[in-house]
Write a protein that binds this ligand. Sequence first.
Ligand code: AKB
Length: 313
Amino acid sequence: MAKTILVIGSSGQIGTELVLKLRQIYGNENVIASDIRVANYEVMKSGPFEILDATKKRDILKVIKKYKVKQVYLMAAMLSAIAEKHPHKAWSLNMTTLLNVLDLAKEKAIKQVFWPSSIAVFGSSSPKQNTPQETIMAPSTVYGISKVAGENWCAYYHDKYGVDVRSVRYPGIISYKTVPGGGTTDYAVEIFHEAIKNESYTSFLNANSTLPMMYMGDAIDATVNIMRHEKFDKYTSYNIAAISFSPKEIAKVIKKFIPKFSINYKSDDRQAIADSWPQSIDDKQAKRDWNWNYNFDLESLVKLMLNGLNYKI
Ligand code: AKB
């Protein structure tokens, strides 16, 4: 059955590919892309697009009414590294947009919401290896604080008002269609662009800084599949995991395909953020509850990235 879907934040790294996948599944006209800035060419030419500032609830409602939207994917957010530079702005953007959408669901303007959380909910006091679904969550970043608060708000609207909101905790996402902006895991995308252009890369994280990562295709599958699942009794922002690697490890695989590639290390403020995050994630609850699994390992991710960026391997 066709449903009308609104993606808020469709010009961002995940939003771009999410719109394209949803349009493939539900039809171009049924997926409305929206952002405060125009999206990439593929998104703009394949279906409806609206300029939308999601901090303004009335403006979201206007788009919902115009297209009879049933589902909202709220992908707009300020990411970890940039949020440290603009703490108030980040808090305000990340929280206002979420509360606007949750209120619209509570008021029955829409039926279902997807909102992404992140591995940034964890901090230095959480277990570093195989970080469990439920454990201490005391983040040391503004972004992480906004994600923990967001998870609590989602649970509150679910329990108190029956809002159908679903969520996963994204690790670092690797993709070639759109570059990420302002995250701590961004190095793992930059490295490909620089390897192709200059055959060298200076990493802003240390050689052995291991973080949980995932190829975009897996992140999109997780997002679409959790929304397609029958209604959950309890709200959960699910841990999802694929691969974990360090700058040194990904550089080694890139070198297999670009033999002259070399990597240097010059860590900056983002190192402290990376150091506070888990190195690997326990996602058995997502596997059990909605059959989550990933498809792409490090070697296939590297091949897909190089191909996607038109590098012949
Ligand atoms: C970031 O680095 O801020 C994001 C995230 C892990 O949520 N990619």
